[in-house]
Ligand binder design. Structure first.
Ligand SMILES: N[C@@H](CCC(=O)N[C@@H](CS)C(=O)NCC(=O)O)C(=O)O
Length: 209
């Protein structure tokens, strides 16, 4: 039995898992299950069968265990592939990678919340202070990566994948956001990173409606 990944083509968190699977050589053992998850439209079947929080991704392993969220799934896949490949075992690098991953993951969470705020919430109920605050978190994270470019050196790791996914999501959902202007070193790194087959094969797209 193949592993099953509950999947949406627009989700940066799903994309992170798919990139990790490709980089680890495990993608051909994963079947993608398109899954509709929108706040305010509860998908009760998915909540019962997979993730009670109704968020993607979730992964059913070959033995039938259900795992979430994206970080747990990436840790599982890394372990399945022998361990220490995307999340290093070497102590110093391990804590650095997990921390830069946590930062990029938090930036992704802000970017997805911004999408919900502007796409789902009726215009009259939007709160500009909250919107500006989410953008400020993204900007502040970008500044950190710009000032710590050493974390972007090879080999590829989970922190870099999460950052690549965030930048791809910004280009996808907020093409007017000129993040390259403020973060030229990150932009130069991303220009090369996004040419990897794992990123090219997983470019974000709107799910069919
Ligand atoms: N911390 C979770 C976040 C997952 C998440 O927020 N996914 C979004 C799609 S991009 C979702 O399923 N949203 C539906 C909802 O929040 O109801 C992870 O890393 O997997």
């Amino acid at each position: 039995m193949a592993m099953k990944l509950y999947f949406s083509s627009s989700s940066p968190f799903v994309r992170k898992v798919r990139i990790a699977a490709i980089e680890l050589g495990l993608d051909d053992r994963i079947e993608l299950i398109p899954t509709a998850v929108v706040p305010g439209k509860p998908n009760a079947d998915y909540a019962r069968e997979a993730n009670p929080l109704r968020r993607v991704p979730a992964l059913t392993t070959e033995s039938g265990q259900v795992l979430y969220d994206s970080t747990v799934i990436c840790e599982y896949l890394d372990d399945r592939a022998g361990g220490g490949r995307l999340i290093p075992q070497d102590r110093e690098r391990r804590w650095q990678v997990l921390t830069s991953h946590a930062l990029a993951q938090g930036m992704c969470e802000s970017a997805v919340l911004l999408r919900y705020e502007t796409w789902l919430r009726p215009e009259a109920q939007r709160w500009s202070v909250w919107i500006d605050d989410q953008w400020d978190k993204i900007d502040s994270g970008l500044k950190w990566f710009e000032e710590h470019e050493q974390v972007l050196r090879e080999p590829i790791d989970l922190g870099q994948i999460a950052l690549g996914v965030l930048l791809g999501y910004l280009d996808f959902r907020s093409p007017d956001k000129d993040w390259r202007q403020d973060a030229p070193k990150v932009a130069a790194w991303y220009g090369t990173f996004c040419e990897r087959p794992s990123l090219r094969e997983t470019e974000p797209a709107n799910p069919p409606s």
